[in-house]
Design a protein around this ligand. Structure first.
Ligand code: KG4
Ligand code: ZN
Length: 357
């Protein structure tokens, strides 16, 4: 059994969480406290890095205190402290890393650096019983968030993922905007507040999915990569035209439904190709965009057609967007493999902006 404190400050969520793990029972989330900065960044239409780091500074200690209190855990009872150290906004990452270092050094606990995307992948295992029958290998993991649209194939369970898992397992990625970015940028063109994905999801309800014919890029079967930048241009041109005609307001439901369908189509097409190309037996879809209702609907209807013998897996919806429980989960696996820093060596941990490292 292990108790791990997770800390996440890579972008605009300041989050701390205590997660318990035992090989027989899996993960039990004891607490998650998250302060979202969405409202602070909304007037600017996107995340302002300097404002993000300053706000993290104000909220990190209260979030950690609250997570420990809600879990009913004294800091001395923790087995390890896990912190996102890559990729992300450097200033924002440094706030979480510095807090984690201070705690780990003072309490003489191991410090586990966690890759944010490994956290998203592990969000699948939080609070639900993912048995080997539900998740036979090889498994395709689609991480679809505001920063990434990446496809990974794993032939081993997460406790056996090698340190360079994310590099080795990558089979497809977006060549430009991430799917979440495509939602956010097109929503901004339509005048919705940041982050726009959830607004498009809501406004698409009742709209006609085929009202506008937006592009689905890279249709070639041999390509497992995505591209969403053409969609943004097509939506900008169409929006201008509708504005001139004075019909933008009345077309919003149809526009949102058509944009959403174009993004979801592209995701489903490439996931289906990757499943076939790599003989995958199961599919997990994680990250902020996994909360999209149309994507969930189509994945839950079409898994048979996509070549799977069982339904697609999703994290519980509260673990789709950024949170520290997923960082604690990924950190637990790494801690159990012995990948952690101790004593003076932990003071050298640094933030890394680049997702490739
Ligand atoms: O995983 P996440 O919290 O942050 C990153 O690591 O990027 O994902 C945030 C992204 C944003 O782009 C947001 O618009 C999108 O997830 N998102 C959605 C929905 N909820 C969040 N996109 C479409 N439909 C949703 N319901
Ligand atoms: Zn994320």
């Amino acid at each position: 059994m292990s108790l791990v404190l997770g800390i996440e400050t890579s972008c605009d969520e300041c989050s701390a969480s205590v997660v318990r793990y035992s090989p027989n029972e899996g993960f039990k989330v004891r607490s998650v406290s998250t302060h979202s900065q969405i409202r602070i960044h909304q007037p600017y239409g996107g995340v302002v890095p300097e404002i993000a780091s300053r706000n993290h500074l104000e909220t990190i200690n209260p979030m950690i205190d609250l997570a420990l209190k809600e879990a009913g855990i004294a800091p001395s009872e923790l087995d390890a402290i896990a912190v996102t150290n890559r990729p992300g906004l450097v200033g924002a990452l440094l706030v979480g890393i510095t807090a984690a270092k201070g705690m780990a050094y003072a309490l003489e606990k191991p410090l586990v650096p966690v890759h944010h995307l490994e956290g998203h992948a592990c969000s699948l295992f939080l609070g639900q019983n993912i048995t080997p029958e539900k998740a036979p290998l090889p498994m395709l993991i689609a991480i679809i968030s505001g920063g990434h649209t990446n496809l990974y194939v794993t032939k081993v369970p997460p406790e056996l993922w090698p340190p360079d898992f994310l590099k080795r397992a990558l089979v497809g990625r977006s060549r430009d905007d991430a799917a979440g970015e495509a939602f956010d940028k097109t929503a901004k063109i339509l005048g919705f507040p940041y982050p726009g994905g959830v607004w498009i999801d809501k406004t698409a309800k009742g709209g006609r999915k085929d009202a506008f014919d937006f592009p689905r890029a890279l249709p070639q079967k041999a390509v497992l990569d995505f591209s969403f930048s053409g969609l943004k241009t097509a939506v900008a041109l169409r929006t201008e035209k509708l504005k001139k005609e004075g019909t933008l307001e009345t077309s919003l439901n149809d526009l949102c439904a058509s944009i959403q369908e174009a993004i979801v189509d592209a995701i489903i097409n490439k996931i289906t190709l990757a499943i076939r190309a790599h003989g995958c037996q199961s599919l997990a879809v994680v990250g902020g965009v996994a909360a999209n209702s149309r994507l969930r609907e189509r994945l839950s209807q079409e898994w048979g057609r996509m070549g799977l013998a069982r339904p697609s897996l999703f994290p519980e919806s509260q673990y789709c967007t950024d949170n520290a429980a997923m960082i604690a989960a990924a950190g637990t696996y790494r801690f159990r493999q012995g990948h952690f820093l101790r004593d003076k060596a932990l003071l050298s941990l640094n933030a890394i902006a680049n997702p490739e490292v």
